[in-house]
Design a protein around this ligand. Structure first.
Ligand SMILES: [Zn+2]
Length: 89
């Protein structure tokens, strides 16, 4: 794996980033720790229908990228976020 010139996240890093995106949390690069993550396409509003296409996450700081295909929402999970708002301090 790994095309020349394309850096990819390690598997656990990619999983963490994908999980954060799925949960609607701020995207912080698991490799370099910055919030320089570009999401393609842009994250839709909460009322938008579920996305079906490939979602690419790219860190403009360290150049690593990850991509995933969103799955249908897990019915066993509450649609409400189980996490507290990130900017509560
Ligand atoms: Zn990075």
């Amino acid at each position: 794996m790994g095309r020349r010139g394309i850096k990819e996240f390690r598997a656990p890093e990619a999983l963490a980033l994908v999980a954060a995106d799925r949960d609607g949390k701020p995207l912080v690069c698991p490799s370099c720790g910055t919030e320089s993550i570009t999401r393609t396409p842009k994250r839709p509003s909460a009322s938008a229908p579920p996305e079906l296409g490939r979602i690419a996450l790219h860190c403009t700081k360290c150049g690593r990228s990850a991509a995933y295909l969103p799955r249908a929402p897990d019915p066993s999970r509450s649609p409400e976020s189980p996490y507290p708002p990130p900017d509560e301090s």
